[in-house]
Design a protein around this ligand. Structure first.
Ligand SMILES: Nc1ncnc2c1ncn2[C@@H]1O[C@H](COP(=O)(O)OP(=O)(O)OP(=O)(O)O)[C@@H](O)[C@H]1O
Ligand SMILES: [Mg+2]
Length: 239
């Protein structure tokens, strides 16, 4: 309880304490994360970098409560998520967390607009309101003229922006993006990062982004370097 109060007081969007994740496959054990202590401020734009297999996606999945740690604690917005049951976790995810994955997981049967509206439908937001919000986000992404197209008719960069709009429809306090620019050209990648930065600056969102691209990572506030499941270095980006 004391930790929870403290976490709320200083306003961390997310905090991990001694976070450890071990994957057990047969007799084999993989330490995907070891004793990771990380405090992420509200409104911070944070990059997570590191070699393949260093634990970046594992960290993001744990922060997103999609997976459970082997040991250690995670606080989201001051709430100790290890104490929440499945349905409360699902609600917390839908209300507070926006996920952007490299595979956009867009539904090609329906329009771009409906794709963006989907998480708001799940929350039971009235149709007129969710439509207004979806259109506003598509405008922010420079995609208002594509609202009635099918995702499959859009370019990779445009689809990625649709996925970002969808991640933002419920005004998540925390946006988690796992290599959102992985298969985009460098100009589009840059514009996605500029957009994520604006989210932090203009909407007060907290954004954690995994990237292999150090040039893009330099556009964030802070870079956390992972290696073999540990934080080996942190850099505060100047300017
Ligand atoms: N479901 C799983 N079962 C067993 N081992 C896993 C599982 N998921 C990840 N691992 C292992 O945990 C370690 C960390 O994996 P993780 O996916 O977090 O790495 P990553 O930094 O995201 O790598 P990449 O840059 O390639 O995406 C790796 O050694 C990986 O093989
Ligand atoms: Mg990964």
């Amino acid at each position: 309880m004391a930790l929870q109060a403290l976490s709320e007081e200083v306003g961390y969007a997310a905090e991990t304490i001694g976070l450890t994740k071990i994957y057990r496959t047969g007799t084999h054990e993989v330490y995907a994360l070891r004793d990771v202590n990380l405090k992420i401020r509200r409104g911070e734009f944070l990059a997570v970098v590191g070699p393949s297999g260093s634990g970046k996606s594992t960290l993001l999945n744990l922060l997103g409560t999609l997976d459970k740690p082997t040991s250690g604690k995670i606080f989201i917005d001051g709430v100790d998520v290890s104490n929440l049951d499945g349905s409360r976790l699902a609600r917390l995810r839908n209300e507070k967390i926006g996920f952007v994955f490299q595979a956009y997981n867009l539904v090609n049967r329906t329009s771009v607009l409906r794709n963006v509206e989907l998480p708001a439908m799940v929350l039971g937001i009235p149709p007129a309101e969710r439509r207004r919000k979806a259109l506003e986000l598509l405008r922010l992404m420079g995609l208002e003229d594509k609202a009635h197209r099918k995702p499959v008719e859009l370019s990779g960069g445009e689809q990625q922006r649709v996925a970002i709009a969808r991640a933002l429809i419920n005004d998540p306090a925390l946006v988690l993006a796992d290599e959102p620019t992985g298969n985009l050209d460098s100009k589009t990648g840059r514009s996605i990062f500029e957009l994520l930065r604006r989210l932090c600056r203009e909407r007060g969102a907290t954004v954690v982004v995994v990237t292999h691209n150090l040039e893009l990572a330099a556009m964030t506030d802070r870079i956390v370097h992972l290696r073999d499941g540990r934080i080996v270095r942190e850099e505060v980006v100047e300017g």
